[in-house]
Design a protein. Structure first.
Length: 172
């Protein structure tokens, strides 16, 4: 079972993952700082902060990132303990929350964003079949982690091909 997208994957196995990044890119501005929590191999950097934009990109992952992008910064860290030292405008985290024994530190980190949070989780039971997943989520449950006095649900996209839900949250 593959849980990590690699640079050599192409076609349908990659499309669903890339869709999330393209959706998130629609919420970034050229002068934004973007945090990609659990960035994987780092390919999302080129989508969220392309060369021609002035956006800054910080990708954080528990494994080292070997994606050659001299303008982007990659940080090897555990999202359950890592705290950003650079302010960011947009926080992105796709298919991550279900992997963390304690996902509250990641949720708290994403809530440090100044404008937008875009996150996704699978919306079917996966803990019985996927040894990497520690939590199951039903449709709508992701919003319960983020909506509060400071954050509102802006948009939710169901992703049937990935059996996932992508939610966009806006700072109030």
């Amino acid at each position: 079972m593959v849980e990590r997208l690699t640079n050599d994957m192409t076609g349908p196995e990659r499309y669903g993952h890339e869709f999330r990044y393209h959706l998130a890119a629609g919420f970034t501005s050229p002068d934004d700082t973007v945090l990609d929590a659990a960035c994987g191999v780092g390919y999302g950097a080129a989508i969220l902060a392309p060369w021609e934009s002035g956006a800054q990109y910080f990708g954080v992952d528990i494994e080292p990132v070997h994606y050659p992008h001299p303008r982007h910064q990659f940080i090897e860290a555990d999202l359950q303990t890592w705290v950003p030292i650079t302010p960011f405008d947009v926080g992105v985290s796709f298919e991550t929350i279900e992997h963390l024994p304690d996902y509250q530190p990641l949720v708290a980190t994403l809530k440090l964003a100044r404008r937008w949070i875009i996150a996704s989780v699978p919306t079917v039971q996966t803990t019985q079949t996927n040894p990497f997943h520690l939590h199951d989520f039903a449709p709508g449950e992701l919003a319960e982690l983020f909506v509060d006095d400071d954050w509102e649900l802006f948009q939710t996209v169901q992703q049937p091909s990935e059996v996932a839900e992508i939610s966009v949250f806006r700072r109030r």
